[in-house]
Design a protein around this ligand. Structure first.
Ligand code: ARG
Ligand code: ZN
Length: 877
């Protein structure tokens, strides 16, 4: 335990900066262990501030010298920064510091990766580069000079000049320090250009290590599509002469939106058909779009303070999801997003790490780059758009860009533009930003049959096409909703939130009698009636997943089968299938004499054979809820999940389905076979996704024969990898050989070798997963310093639900051992991975005791980082 307890920062304590920055000049003399950074910063008093104290953030810096207006000064230096006596009015600050990029394993600030220099400054790491007011509400134009003998030297903005051994960049747009970036190395570029809507020509580049040049084309196309889309849909034009993307092998997150110089984890930008899967391509397209969209939502309009993180992240995730919907299939994107939300955000929101979309306190802000801030933050924007309508949303966004361009803004500013455009009072809506936890929504229905004394509804006359039998009667159908959000850390009682509930009503023969209608629920309990009906309709509830809630409704199997066959909303149709799968597995888990629900499997077969439906959608209908989701479902119903039982029940379901559908598999496989050259687009990817599901079923029956053929002949990674997965699963005798062959083929490609590490752990049987991961940590290619490799090995273990939760605790102990080792090198990635323990209170007392002792072991590590201390503390609280 450390004696100095870490400081907690509160939103309520925000005060404006005492000093503002007019401009910044930085010079970097690069050297691996002794880089010299000199800064010249013009400070002016902030008229909005009351205090005049001069404080500059700075961590792990060796201060060489500093001057104010040319006179040498001696500041008071602490581990967090420095203070100094300064003039009352404007002055020029100059400092020289020394830093050591080569030994920077935390990958925050300036560091080295595969021989190149690069930076990551968000959220608070610019202070590891030089002394500066490192807060997002201090914005300034930057001029940067880089000196080194490396061929490529990049920074933000436009290139100004360069010569032998130096380059100079100027970014005219004022920005906070977290958007600063520098890259230098032996890099090559994939060049292109884009003409903006006002006719300006922008130079585009993707910079990579020489061997990766063949993996840039897809990312470049994605960038150009993103630039065009943002012009067409949001009216946003790019604002510099050049846009650079750099691929970096060692990176804590996916990518970073530094102004004009986006830096990417190489896994989030590099792709080729032979080495990348369809899922990789889709993710790359989305991340390129995300970072590019930040140029307006994040950079031109930034956040006042880090509590407002969702202002840029929720909005930018929402924008990139719109982009993906437009480029690919909107229903498939929506369902995939909901699967992801339930897998990552719901457990977070319902466990010890639960926090509001706009948190109110933190110790380490890097711990709040969460599914709640990003994905729930995006859901909140989707709800807002649903409530105000598309047209008002568009006007509100125009006003937001017009009113706040150049600002460091808040959630209050964001909501105000919607209030001004719509005249709506968003006070209650704002609870979505302040209340944590996932609302539970109970529904009951009531049917009041035809009242003979009342005349039939006028509806029929107004709409003669309305399906007869149902519309045109005098019956009333009432839905009563009750919302309740369980307590979360620091929040016992919750007030009702505004819930946009999209519903449709179907006739018993599948016609839509009430098309999708948005109900606006504002009370804790509220009823909505539909009259003029002749027969009781079937409800299709929460269409499009119109609000991020847990819907509690025990619909009958018949009703779910009906919706699976007939629902006109693709989301709720998929949800019906998911509910049936869940119910079948729950049934078998609570009563072991029960097998899989064959009626459901027969019905599902009918839908999956429907060649009118998008193969990608059919693949989603086929996917059973994962083991972790089943554990969460059991927990929600007050049942302690047994990981081994969940695993074997799920396997039994998959096996039964494969056997039942055996005769249909060759026809399905034939239907989705792709003969055209590989393209990572929605159409081909959908076919391959369905093909992979079919291959899994076939492999259960032929013990890998079909998979072996696919493995040998595949000309793309998607099919090679799905075949290898089947061989590991179902051909125990030969799988070692295939694993070896794959390694020999790809040993020089680190992104493919990440997949090789990951697959062996994620596909290991529960009793073997910990050993598989442990064995791989001894492999010469295991590299503790590379976050991708660490996640591929130890992260994959945590994703193998039954393997991780093995009853003897081997999975927990192995992960804790490695987290303790990693913390010394890279606190941020360590802290992030601690979240795999967040759902620990779901499990039985023995497992809880094992997890607790491992968490306590981590907490007791000498010199534990602030990042991990906060995470473990919150999980154990
Ligand atoms: N703003 C980046 C992204 O979304 C995330 C970078 C966060 N990095 C960090 N170390 N907290 O899009
Ligand atoms: Zn982002």
């Amino acid at each position: 335990m450390k004696d100095s307890s870490p400081q907690t920062i509160y939103l309520k304590d925000y005060t404006p900066p005492a000093w503002l920055v007019e401009d910044v000049h930085l010079t970097f003399r690069l050297a691996p262990r002794a880089t010299r950074v000199t800064s010249r910063v013009r400070f002016v008093p902030n008229p909005e501030a009351t205090a005049r104290e001069f404080f500059l953030h700075g961590e792990e810096l060796k201060l060489i010298s500093c001057h104010i207006d040319g006179r040498s000064v001696t500041p008071e230096v602490t581990p967090e920064g420095l203070t100094c006596d300064v003039p009352d009015g404007p002055f020029t600050w100059e400092a020289e510091v020394e830093i050591s990029p080569e030994t920077n394993t935390a990958l925050e600030g300036l560091y080295m990766s595969s021989g190149m220099y690069c930076t990551q400054c968000e959220a608070e790491s610019f202070r590891k580069i030089t002394y500066y007011p490192d807060r997002p509400d201090v914005m300034a134009p930057f001029t940067v000079r880089i000196e080194s003998d490396l061929p490529v030297m990049l920074s933000n903005g436009n290139p100004v000049a360069q010569g032998q051994g130096w380059a100079e960049w100027h970014d005219p747009w004022k920005k906070p320090s977290y958007l600063f970036a520098l890259v230098a190395g032996n890099l090559v570029n994939h060049p292109d250009s884009f003409t903006t809507m006002s006719g300006r020509e922008v130079e585009l580049n993707i910079w990579v290590r020489p061997g990766d040049l063949h993996k840039c084309a897809f990312g470049m196309e994605a960038l150009k599509k993103s630039m065009k889309w943002d012009e067409e849909v949001y009216g946003r034009e790019y604002d510099l002469d050049i846009f650079n993307i750099v691929a970096v092998d060692d990176f804590n997150m996916g990518a970073m939106e530094n102004k004009g110089l986006n830096i990417f984890n190489s896994s989030a930008v590099l792709a080729s058909p032979e080495t990348s899967t369809d899922a990789n391509f889709e993710r790359i397209e989305a991340i390129i779009a995300h970072e590019y969209f930040h140029n307006w939502t994040g950079n031109r309009i930034t956040c006042r303070d880090w509590f407002q993180l969702c202002l840029k992240e929720g909005l930018t995730v929402y924008r990139d999801s719109q982009f993906t919907s437009d480029m690919r299939s909107a229903p498939v994107k929506r369902i995939s997003d909901v699967i992801d939300l339930r897998a990552r955000q719901f457990p977070e929101d319902q466990g010890p790490l639960s926090h509001p979309v706009r948190p109110e306190s933190f110790q380490e802000i890097n711990n709040f780059y969460t599914a709640t801030v990003y994905e729930k933050g995006a859901e909140v924007i989707g709800m807002l758009k649903r409530l105000v309508g598309d047209e008002a949303y568009a006007r509100a966004l125009d006003l937001y860009f017009e009113r706040h361009d150049g600002d460091a803004a808040t959630i209050e500013d964001w909501l105000k533009v919607f209030e001004d455009v719509t005249d709506r009072d968003l006070t209650q809506f704002k609870r979505w930003y302040s209340q944590s936890g996932t609302p539970r929504l109970k529904v009951t229905e009531e049917w009041t049959p035809a009242d003979a004394s009342r005349p039939p509804s006028r509806d029929l006359a107004a709409n003669p096409e309305a399906p007869d039998q149902v519309r045109g009667g005098t019956g009333t159908y009432t839905l009563t909703f009750e919302q309740h959000t369980p307590p979360t850390p620091g929040q016992r009682d919750k007030a009702p939130q505004v819930l946009p509930i999209a519903v449709g009503l179907l006739t018993p023969n599948g016609d839509e009698v009430v098309p999708t209608t948005l109900l606006e629920m504002t009370e804790a309990k509220q009823s909505f009636s539909f009259d003029g009906l002749t027969r009781k309709p079937v409800p299709s509830l929460l269409r499009g997943f119109s609000a991020p809630v847990v819907l509690e409704r025990e619909a009958s199997r018949e009703e779910r089968l009906f919706l699976l066959a007939h629902d006109t909303d693709s989301f709720t149709r998929w949800e019906a299938s998911r509910d049936l799968a869940r119910a079948s597995m729950l049934g078998a888990l609570t009563d072991p004499s029960k097998g899989p629900d064959r009626t459901w499997l027969e019905a599902l077969r009918g839908v999956v054979r429907d060649t009118e439906l998008d193969p990608a959608y059919r693949a989603l209908l086929l996917a059973l809820p994962g083991e972790n989701e089943m554990a969460q479902t059991l927990h929600e119903r007050g049942i302690t999940p047994d990981p081994e039982a969940i695993h074997s029940t799920r396997q039994a379901h998959l096996q039964a389905r494969a056997e039942l559908w055996q005769a249909n598999l060759p026809i399905l496989a034939e239907e989705v076979a792709v003969t055209a050259p590989y393209r990572p687009d929605a159409e081909q990817s959908g076919k391959r996704a369905l093909g992979a599901a079919v291959l899994d079923m076939q492999s259960r029956i032929d013990w890998g024969k079909t998979a072996a053929r696919q493995f040998e002949t595949a000309d793309n990674m998607t099919q090679q990898l799905s075949a290898l997965a089947c061989l590991i699963r179902y051909d125990a005798k030969n799988s070692a050989r295939y694993i070896r062959d794959f390694y020999d083929q790809w040993k020089d490609d680190r992104l493919v070798i990440d997949k090789w590490f990951m697959l062996q752990v994620s596909e290991a049987t529960p009793d073997r997963a910990a050993e598989a991961a442990e064995g791989l940590t001894q492999h010469p290619d295991f590299d503790l310093k590379n976050p991708n490799r660490f996640r591929a090995t130890l992260g994959a273990l945590a994703m193998n639900h039954a393997g991780f939760h093995r009853a003897d605790g081997a999975g927990y102990a192995l992960l804790a051992d490695w987290l303790i080792r990693l913390d010394t090198l890279n606190p941020q990635t360590t802290a992030r991975m601690c979240s795999v323990f967040q759902a620990w209170r779901r499990y039985d007392a023995d497992r809880q005791a094992l997890i607790r002792s491992n968490l306590e072991r981590i907490a007791a590590k000498p010199d534990l980082s602030r990042d991990v201390a906060e995470m473990v503390g919150r999980i154990l609280a």
